[in-house]
Design a protein around this ligand. Structure first.
Ligand code: ZN
Length: 252
């Protein structure tokens, strides 16, 4: 789990290859859409950043050219046709089962890239290797999709997590990530070895992973989250994370 090894060696965090290239944390086509809406963008990240900017050209130099311009770029083209209207219009968009899978996969990739902006990424190296070997959402993650109707965070990204060592010496990872891009809100919860219930009861949010077996209409029930909702669900999940850790620790 030593991410610094890969960093020092100058190898791709995904495939271990070279040479490295600059990967845009906010895909350029998304940054362009956000910019075209005008006005400064409020950035809030778990790294402690909380500021207004017009720049969304943050890059990380941790991914090789082949990954960057090959399969990762294909993931962008895959979601762009339906993610563009979801981001920029209030029209409802139907997502097929395949679209939902593509979006969950794209989100997982994007979350991993966002995490690389931290000097010490929250998500361990194994996950990057796992994602390269099998580019799909992690089996032990759950991903939620909602509409965002607030105006504070046209671009918001948050990856938080912790590695916990139990009395048995077992190391567990717990991560919560969230992202807004114009009208779209995505959130994930990742816990090593977790099996997620098919619970689907969060107001206005669709569970897009684990996979459903039918198309969905975005936004769910025409519901759009406000800034307060975004803060609340982000904080709630963090609290739940803390509670679960405490429960686990308080067990004999
Ligand atoms: Zn690579």
């Amino acid at each position: 789990m030593d991410t610094s090894t890969a960093k020092r060696s100058g190898k791709c965090v995904l495939c271990g290859g070279r040479p490295l290239s600059r990967e845009h944390v906010w895909p350029r086509w998304i940054a362009a859409l956000i910019k075209s809406q005008g006005g400064p963008v409020h950035i809030r990240s778990s790294g402690g950043a909380d500021y207004d900017t017009t720049q969304l050209d943050l890059t990380v130099r941790r991914v090789c050219r082949e990954c960057n311009h090959g399969w990762m770029e294909r993931m962008e083209s895959e979601v762009r046709p339906f993610l563009t209207p979801m981001m920029t219009t209030t029209d409802s968009v139907t997502l097929s089962v395949e679209d939902q899978f593509a979006l969950a996969r794209w989100y997982t990739k994007t979350m991993l890239m966002h995490d690389l902006t931290h000097s010490t990424p929250r998500i361990p190296q194994d996950r990057y290797t796992e994602f390269f070997a099998e580019p799909r959402p992690f089996d032990d993650s759950v991903i939620w999709l909602g509409a965002y109707g607030g105006n504070r965070w046209p671009a918001f990204s948050d990856v938080t997590g912790t590695l916990v060592e139990y009395g048995t010496g077992e190391i567990a990872e717990r991560h919560v990530a969230a992202l807004t891009a114009l009208n779209v809100f995505l959130q994930s919860f990742l816990e090593a070895g977790a099996v997620w219930r098919a619970e689907d009861s969060r107001r206005g949010l669709w569970r897009i992973w684990p996979a459903r077996d039918e198309p969905i209409t975005f936004p769910r029930d025409g519901f759009a989250m406000t800034d307060e909702h975004v803060l609340a669900v982000t904080e709630q999940l963090r609290d739940r994370l803390r509670d679960r850790l405490q429960d686990r620790f308080s067990q004999p």
